[in-house]
Design a protein around this ligand. Sequence first.
Ligand code: THU
Length: 149
Amino acid sequence: MNESGTNAGKLSDVQIKELIHTAIGQLAYSYTPYSDFRVGAALLAKNGKIYGGCNIENAAYTPTNCAERTAFFKAVSEGVREFEAICIVGGKDGILSKYTSPCGVCRQVMMEFCSPEDFQIILAVSEEDYQICQLKELLPMGFGPGNLA
Ligand code: THU
């Protein structure tokens, strides 16, 4: 709990490791015959459920879906719209050697459903090597639902 009595922004070590473990597990499902760049994601909803996602490529290239959006669309298609954090891992042939940062389109999808101040993005290479950023750091002055209100 933080000072305001919520858990916002406070991921436990156990939660972080579970998200990294789940994201790494998703690499096995990644469909990447064109880039061989495998990406796995694990999205933590506020209800405690974790949604996995992998990148899914396409021979026509542009229909390719990133791992992060796969995870978001799985959750939203099941009626879940509130999220706390996402973990992202990726690498050529599934070998993790550096952080994989979300593409601009995925950042914009995060902006649709997540608070830029509270949503945590975990970039990981292993359960021991990771960096946590907030959405507002990766998408400063983002355009979101509030702009249309
Ligand atoms: N990719 C993701 O899945 N997430 C990102 O944030 C960056 C890029 C995928 C898309 C494509 O299948 C491959 O990585 C190479 O761009």
